[in-house]
Design a protein. Structure first.
Lengths: 293, 325
């Protein structure tokens, strides 16, 4: 392609400034990550003597060895990682089940009672009982200090459900009619036609829900009591905050700063692994919401 | 209007209509079954807690049955709260955090979106977007931990503190315990928020910008408009509606400061200036077990929030914008 448009000097200067500014911004975005990764591979004395560096002088994996060593911090780290993985997987499956079934049910035009249910859903988006009433409900249901409390109270995001519903409503009606003539029930149509056609949408919201579960800190803080049930984010927090002054048990091991950095890296890596998949879908997902919302 | 036009039905017709209604419900029975789990979810975890706000009007303490209809004390929890010295303190802290975000954070995604929009090299634009979206997906715990490692004071005599701590020390010559400072907490929260959400916040504005008709720019160039004039007369008006909508949303949530971020950065040294309505509800309700009182605080906050969002929406409509609803 040949551009025949003449560009003024002002345009060129403007471009240079914009490109430079954005490049600097992008670097600022990633520098904290690089610092943490570099520090996690540095020996403890280097962290204690060099305030900021992006490449360690004497790279070592000692911090990771100690963090993952069952005789050191490994038991705590592995157990909490396992808990987080299970809560994330089970939680996401439950999220998708509740979200898609309700969205599909509400996508039928002329369904009697649909109006009031939608009104109820919209109302909950504006007003809520608040933290303590919900906590009391969860406790009354016997879910306090169980993993169910990390999964069920947030089983549906009203916003996501309405977006998925919009998607179902846009599916061509002809397909469903053809299937119902063939003797398929509504549930059959949902499972055999609607769900397979909406796989990209399910992938998007599944990833969003999964990231939410993995990153969730407050839910565990609110609903869990037993330290042995803590998911990874809580253990990460506790390890980072552990120091000489906050130590209550004199025999407990104090993690070195490099180990704290290594735990931060372990907490971030899963997000970075799914990020390319997320990125492929989220723009589309957010757009659907923005346009239809 | 629709109601006045409704034709009067004879009893016979009514019966037929009723029967039709039943056949429709029967026809859709599987749809109702699909709906059921979600419906129950909303009843149990959204509607029942709304009924639970009644404990704001009770002398409710741990161990009492959730649905008890006794121990009413009227508005005493509320009058206690308004009479308490912490009320003004909480309001002040919440508004400082919120308005700092409104003033310093809110314009940034708009500016960043406008800058990204000027980039015509597509692969570079994509690469930049990929980078600036990442922090949105990083957990608050990780962000708080990184902040902590960067700002912490030296762990022992002669050792170096966090990277930013050392930079500030070199620049000012003072050894500042930033994490324990009662005022620095506001800037920490703001910068964390800017770092985490600015990139993600551009998406909605970039979508609005993508909808601008290219012919408008071409016509403007023919008319001799320079780049800045194109920005002021075409680009900004095109996203003004989106800006107003986002502004309404923000005003409506002016009392929502979020729990996680503040609780993670809070310590005994900055608690007085960092406690907001949200964290106070957690502190008094969950930690101290004062359920009725903290529910009253939460309810007060919810009601003010609804008033805020209604007001902002009405104002936006008066100003000629579409508003939210």
């Amino acid at each position: 392609m040949i551009s025949i448009k003449r560009r003024s000097i002002g345009d060129v200067i403007g471009d240079v400034i914009i490109y430079a500014l954005l490049t600097v911004l992008a670097i600022i975005m990633v520098v904290p990550f690089i610092y943490v990764i570099a520090a996690s591979f540095a020996p403890e004395y280097e962290i204690q003597t060099r305030p900021l560096f992006l490449i360690p002088n004497n790279p070592t994996v000692d911090a990771y060895k100690r963090i993952l060593d069952p005789n050191d911090m490994g038991t705590r780290v592995f157990r909490s990682l396992g808990i987080s993985v299970v809560v994330t997987v089970v939680g996401t499956i439950i999220n998708l089940f509740f979200t898609t079934t309700m969205a599909y049910g509400l996508s039928r035009s002329g369904l009697i009672g649909k109006g009031p249910i939608l009104k109820m859903v919209l109302f909950t988006m504006v007003f809520g009982g608040g933290m303590i009433p919900l906590f009391l409900v969860v406790r009354a249901l016997g879910m306090y200090d169980t993993y169910a409390a990390l999964i069920l109270p947030g089983a549906i995001s009203a916003y996501n459900m309405l977006i998925v519903r919009n998607f179902f409503m846009d599916l061509p009606a002809g397909l469903e009619e053809a299937a119902s003539i063939d003797g398929c029930t509504d549930i059959g149509i949902f499972v055999k036609i609607a769900l397979p056609l909406s796989l990209p949408v399910l992938a998007t919201f599944g990833l969003f829900y999964a990231v939410g579960h993995w990153n969730n800190y407050f839910g565990a803080l609110l609903y869990l009591n037993d330290q042995n049930k803590y998911p990874f984010q809580l253990v990460l927090r506790n390890i980072v905050m552990q120091s000489q002054e906050t130590q209550t048990d004199p025999n407990a091991l104090i993690p070195e700063d490099t180990m704290k950095m290594a735990v931060i890296v372990i907490g971030t890596v899963p997000i970075l692994i799914v990020y390319p998949f997320l990125q492929k879908h989220f723009a589309a997902g957010v757009m659907v919401g923005a346009i239809k919302g | 209007m629709a109601k006045t036009q409704k034709v009067q039905l004879t009893p016979q017709e009514k019966a037929v209509a009723k029967q039709k209604k039943w056949t429709r419900i029967k026809r859709d029975k599987w749809m109702y079954l699909l709906l059921l789990p979600g419906f129950l979810y909303f009843i149990v975890f959204k509607i029942v807690p709304m009924w639970g706000v009644l404990i704001a009007f009770k002398d409710y303490y741990a161990g009492m049955p959730f649905f008890t209809l006794e121990h009413w004390i009227g508005f005493r929890n509320f009058t206690d709260f308004f009479g308490d010295s912490s009320f003004l303190q909480l309001l002040r802290n919440t508004l400082i955090i919120s308005f700092m975000n409104l003033i310093f954070y809110f314009p940034l995604p708009i500016v960043l979106a406008l800058l990204l929009n000027e980039i015509k090299v597509q692969w570079y634009k994509k690469a930049l977007q990929t980078l600036v979206y990442v922090p949105h997906f990083v957990s608050m715990v990780v962000i708080a931990s990184i902040s902590f490692m960067l700002l912490k004071t030296p762990s022992m005599e002669g050792a170096s503190g966090g990277g930013l701590y050392e930079i500030i020390k070199a620049m000012t010559g003072k050894e500042v315990n930033i994490l324990g400072s009662p005022t620095a907490i506001y800037w920490i929260l703001l910068i964390q928020n800017i770092w985490k959400e600015t990139g993600w916040g551009t998406i909605i504005f970039l979508a609005a910008l993508a909808g601008v008709d290219v012919e408008q720019y071409e016509a403007a160039i023919v008319d001799g408009a320079n780049r800045f004039q194109q920005l002021i007369y075409i680009t900004v008006p095109a996203i003004l509606g989106t800006i107003v909508t986002m502004f309404i949303l923000r005003m409506g949530s002016v009392l929502d400061t979020g729990f996680e971020q503040i609780i993670l950065m809070q310590n005994e040294l900055n608690r007085n200036t960092s406690e907001t309505f949200d964290t106070y509800v957690y502190q008094v309700g969950r930690i101290q077990g004062n359920y009725g009182y903290s529910t009253a605080v939460g309810l007060f906050k919810s009601i003010i929030s609804i008033i805020c969002i209604q007001t902002a929406n009405t104002l936006a409509k008066k100003a000629g914008q579409t508003g939210l609803y």
